[in-house]
Every structure is written in C-alpha cells, then in structure tokens.
Design a binder for this molecule. Structure first.
Ligand code: ZN
Length: 181
C-alpha cells in the first residue's frame, strides 16, 4: 500500500487543467492503486490524480465500498435531473458545503485494461463522478457551493442546538399540565 500526499486547497495544482492519459503504462496502474489506497485511508468516496499532484485526466470512485471504478480520460456525455446535498473533498479536510448537481450522469472513459466503457450513474455515484471530473479541469466544489463552506458537523451541532431550544420551549410552555400526558 502506498499513500500519496493529498494536495490541500490553496495549492495551485488544484486549479490546473489535467492532460489526457496517453497510454495505460505501469506508472498509470500504480497511480490508480495509490489513488485507491489514499482515498480509502482518508475515508473518501473519490480521488482525482490532480489531488495528489499529478496532472493527468484520471480519477477513482467508490461510494459504497463494493464497487470501485477507475475513470481514465473521462467524458461526460449526458446529465439530467438535480440533487442538492452536502459535499466534501479530501483537499478541503473537515469542510463541507451544499452543492446542487445533476442527479444522473452518463460518462465514457477508459479503464485500466485500456478498454473504453460507458456508464450511467445516479445519486451519490453521479455526484462523485461529477465532483472528481471537475478536478480534472481545476474546478473545486467551492465554486458550486450554495452558502458557506462550513466545518463538518457544524450544521449538525446547530440542528441539535435548535432541537434542544425547541425542547426547552416545549418544556417551558407545558406548565398547563401537559406533563401528565
Ligand atoms: Zn474533491
């Protein structure tokens, strides 16, 4: 297992356009393996080559720990629908934000055997593919985010506080004898 150093937000390599992979060399195969190792190590669902400082059009995705995919020279053929949800990135550790993306994607790419494949995905897998594909063009989710980029868990804590406040209010207003219910 080999872990690569993940480039963090602010590193100029994250804003550059990656170049096509010319052929599936042993180096490319090793890079794919290292991308998976690094992604799993950091509990990510996707990792793109530019995130480890390699400006090649290539990324890996595994959203359910059962189906792992390598996308080389991917091309987004179609998108449709819409999904809005929390999104994070291993290049912005501990942060997340709300991003709206298509819910469905059709993508064409090359795999590690050099074969071309087409794949359709939706939901989280579609989100991951589109997020990683953006990395190949130097685009981070921060340019799609609605509202602030916040600390992971911050919103959950806020929701919890709100819940507690509501509960306190309920308790306060239940002086009329609701407690006996
Ligand atoms: Zn990312």
């Amino acid at each position: 297992m080999a872990l690569r150093k993940i480039r963090i937000f602010g590193d100029p390599v994250l804003e550059k356009t990656a170049k096509p992979v010319k052929s599936i060399t042993p180096r490319i195969k090793l890079l794919a393996k290292d991308l998976f190792d690094t992604m799993y190590h950091d509990n990510g669902v996707g990792l793109a080559a530019p995130q480890v400082g390699i400006l090649k059009r290539m990324f890996v995705v595994d959203v359910d720990r059962e189906n792992s995919f390598v996308f080389i020279n991917p091309e987004i053929l179609e998108t449709s629908g819409e999904q809005t949800g929390e999104e994070g990135c291993l290049s912005l550790p501990g942060k997340c934000g709300i991003v709206t993306r298509p819910n469905h994607v059709k993508v064409r790419a090359t795999d590690l055997t050099g074969a071309e494949f087409e794949m359709e995905a939706e939901g989280l897998l579609a989100r991951a593919i589109l997020h990683e594909n953006d990395h190949l063009d130097g685009v981070l989710y921060t340019s799609h985010v609605e509202g602030p980029v916040y600390d992971v868990g911050e919103y959950a804590e806020e929701a919890e506080e709100e819940e507690e406040a509501e509960k306190a209010e309920e308790d306060g207003s239940s002086d009329g004898g609701d407690e006996t219910k």
